[in-house]
Ligand binder design. Structure first.
Ligand SMILES: Nc1ncnc2c1ncn2[C@@H]1O[C@H](COP(=O)(O)OP(=O)(O)O)[C@@H](O)[C@H]1O
Ligand SMILES: [Mg+2]
Length: 499
């Protein structure tokens, strides 16, 4: 007889006119892993925040073990045995792991530091969580911080664990380790809500999948009875476009780095060729930004040589020089560096090109030319907006990214620096960006695809390089490496032998 540990009934939540959760009901059984699957903005985090008492629902109830929780009381949720691991961690940096775990719990008078640490170690071992209780949280990598968050919940006797997009910050190895922990937890009678938008993970870890779309529960399936295609259809409301990677003749080397070092990068050897997508895999913060800045001309190397389009890119290499040599940029952060929020689409369209023809005539900006360029991008790149005079901050992420894409790609650049080009986009917009990058590849552009999304890197790249602690792995041609192998490089393992 299955035992229901959690029941949501008719949860509805509005933010202004936005219906974030629309009459959602489901039940979680003891020892079960439910995956809550949905695209960005589907309402997953909102629902979990209601369940945990961070938000109050407009209507509906949450019951834990048959008892209704008072709305808006995280402490009540905690006391009832609900533990939440947030997308953004909530640890105190300057405290140790043990202090963070004990923080806010009943003082354990008779428990010395040593005893507390020993107990934490025991708990960690039971759930396969590797952490040093004496370490300072500030010194921990993000995967370790997440383990502390989970331990914190377990220390408080959580019987229901909610994890919101927990794998977004993990390497493939760490993801595997997390899944092992979840299995151990289930074996010990816990129940889990695993939130994700990644089909592969949902299929790997859950017993049942609930699909949210535009705030509504649009599907509920047993994991063993479903597959990627059905889940994608439920999640997006349409079939997943399949991406063909046609063969394209390999062109000449267009960008070459030889033993280039810079702050955060050591002895980088890299060749980008026409008609090739080189995928740069790695956990963010391992030198990706520095490498992109070096190529784009905003960071000067300390040693080594660089060539672009067959000519040296030495002293004096600058953003203007990079653009003139045919390098286009899709910047990492569309809000911070990709666009200027207060400006119109037209102004944003010529952000990097306003000083050159056809947009400039004797130091005047030709606004007619600028506006028609923006109109071309809007039409050619399917930017959904009222028009070129709209402020760009009013666009959705996907449409903003399409404008950036059009701005970068419509002059048909020879080299493209695509830095996290699909981060935070929904499935439809992702497919669109991929198709346009493949188009550029087909006409002979050399593309550096920097992405934290291994699936994306593997799907698009002709060759993959892994960046870890500022070093580049050897080149792995398409289809020759598993995610586990790439993950090992991402964690810095292969380099010891290669060095
Ligand atoms: N605090 C808030 N204020 C206003 N709107 C919000 C807030 N939190 C979420 N939303 C909106 O509710 C919708 C669902 O968001 P969210 O639950 O974060 O989705 P998900 O976690 O599935 O990506 C989105 O349209 C989002 O913009
Ligand atoms: Mg979310």
């Amino acid at each position: 007889m299955p035992e229901t540990v959690l029941r949501l009934k008719g949860i509805t939540k509005r933010f202004g006119a936005q219906l974030a959760n629309d009459d959602i009901s489901f039940a979680l059984q003891k020892g079960e892993v439910i995956a809550l699957l949905g695209e960005n903005g589907a309402g997953k985090t909102t629902l979990m925040n209601i369940l945990f008492g961070h938000y109050t629902a407009d209507s509906g109830t949450v019951e834990v073990m048959g008892t209704a929780l008072p709305p808006g009381h995280p402490r009540a949720a905690l006391a009832a045995g609900v533990g939440m691991v947030h997308q953004h961690f909530t640890l105190a940096d300057n405290l140790t792991v043990a202090e963070n775990i004990l923080l806010g719990t009943r003082p354990l008078w008779r428990l010395g530091q040593g005893d507390a640490r020993a107990r934490i170690r025991d708990l960690a071992r039971r759930f396969g969580l590797e952490v040093d209780p004496a370490a300072r949280v500030a010194d921990l990598a993000v995967g370790e911080r997440q383990r502390v968050e989970i331990l914190k919940a377990l220390w408080r006797d959580a019987r229901i664990l909610i994890l919101d997009e927990p794998t977004a910050v993990l390497t493939p190895q760490e993801t595997e380790a997390l899944f092992r922990t979840l299995r151990l937890a289930v074996a010990q009678g816990l129940s889990i809500v695993f939130i994700s938008h990644k089909l592969r993970e949902v299929l790997a870890v859950s017993d049942r999948v609930l699909v949210l779309r535009h705030g509504r529960l649009v599907g509920e399936v047993r994991t063993r009875d479903t597959d990627r295609h059905q889940l994608a259809r439920l999640m997006v409301g349409a079939d997943l476009p399949t991406q063909e990677i046609p063969p394209v003749p390999e062109g000449p080397p267009l960008l070459e780095l030889r033993a280039v070092s810079a702050p955060g990068l050591s002895a980088i050897d890299l060749t980008l060729r026409g008609g090739r997508i080189t995928g740069l895999a790695g956990v963010s913060g391992n030198g990706q930004s520095a490498l992109a800045a070096l190529i784009a001309g905003t960071l000067a190397p300390t040693s080594g040589e660089m060539q672009a389009a067959g000519l040296p890119a030495g002293p004096g290499w600058s953003p203007q020089a990079a653009i003139a040599r045919g390098i286009a940029r899709i910047p990492e952060d569309r809000h911070r560096t990709g666009t200027i929020a207060a400006m119109t689409l037209t102004e944003n369209a010529i952000l990097e090109a306003y000083g050159r023809p056809p947009f400039s005539h004797r130091s005047w900006i030709d606004w007619r030319a600028a506006r028609s360029f923006a109109e071309e991008i809007i039409a050619g790149y399917d930017v959904r907006c009222p028009g070129p005079d709209t402020r760009i901050s009013l666009l959705s992420g996907g449409n903003m990214q399409k404008l950036i894409l059009g701005r970068a790609l419509s002059p048909e650049p020879r080299m493209i620096l695509a830095n996290q080009p699909t981060r935070g986009l929904d499935v439809g917009a992702v497919a669109y960006v991929h198709a346009r990058l493949l188009e550029a590849r087909a006409r002979g552009a050399a593309i550096l695809l920097i992405s934290e999304d291994l699936d994306e890197v593997q799907a698009l790249s002709d060759e993959i390089r892994v960046i870890s602690a500022g070093r580049l792995s050897p080149s792995f041609p398409r289809g020759t490496t598993s995610q586990a192998e790439l993950g090992a490089w991402m964690a810095g393992h292969g380099f010891d032998h290669a060095a």
